[in-house]
Design a protein around this ligand. Structure first.
Ligand code: ATP
Ligand code: MG
Length: 169
């Protein structure tokens, strides 16, 4: 059965231009509930590891530069059939090809600066953790051939965070 939690990230273009609230409203209207959320700026190492699956692609370096250019907003979302539903709600990678009403059609600037990330993977484990960083540097992350996402969404200082881990079986 398809899972009911997934990870999304409001990317720096949308966060910096004040679109986070509009995007959250659209996600909630699409039936998603926010389980955890935080605002953070990714380091080069974090963004590079997060998008490691694209390391050989020509857009990798500009993508890492973009993802580290400002604050972003990772969120854990909950809904039935979360991964597929979120992919549908955010639309195609290139906003020019995205369906009307999708997040990217409404708020993305370009194929690179496209407002939001969503996982491709339906496999996720979550657990509590005190770390306050998105931490994709495990050996499993480096070894994974396919889509892999690992994020530790820390809570407030001293509080409990939520760890996410995405990959394909
Ligand atoms: P994401 O993984 O961020 O949810 P996606 O799954 O729709 O996006 P991917 O193919 O995984 O698309 O690409 C990851 C990100 O890399 C894209 O969201 C976009 O920001 C950037 N990207 C992808 N293809 C290109 C391209 N041809 N030129 C520039 N940037 C690109
Ligand atoms: Mg992707």
């Amino acid at each position: 059965m398809a899972g009911n939690r997934t990870l999304t990230i409001i990317k720096p273009d949308a966060f910096n231009s004040g679109k986070a609230g509009l995007i959250v409203a659209l996600l909630e209207k699409a039936g998603f509930r926010i389980v955890a959320s935080r605002v953070m700026q990714l380091t080069e190492k974090q963004a590079g590891a997060f998008y490691a699956v694209h390391r050989e692609r020509p857009f990798f370096t500009p993508l890492v530069r973009f993802m580290t250019s400002g604050k972003c907003m990772p969120m854990v979302l909950e809904r039935a059939d979360a991964v597929a539903s979120l992919r549908k709600t955010i639309g195609a990678t290139d906003p020019a090809e995205a369906e009307a009403g999708t997040v990217r059609k409404l708020y993305a600037e370009s194929k690179e600066r496209n407002a939001i990330h969503a996982s491709d993977s339906d496999r996720m484990r979550s657990g509590r953790r005190g770390s306050s960083s998105l931490n994709p540097s495990s050996s499993k992350s480096r070894n994974c051939k396919d889509d892999y996402r690992r994020a530790a969404l820390g809570g407030p200082a001293g509080g409990r965070g939520l760890e996410l881990h995405h990959d394909r079986p």
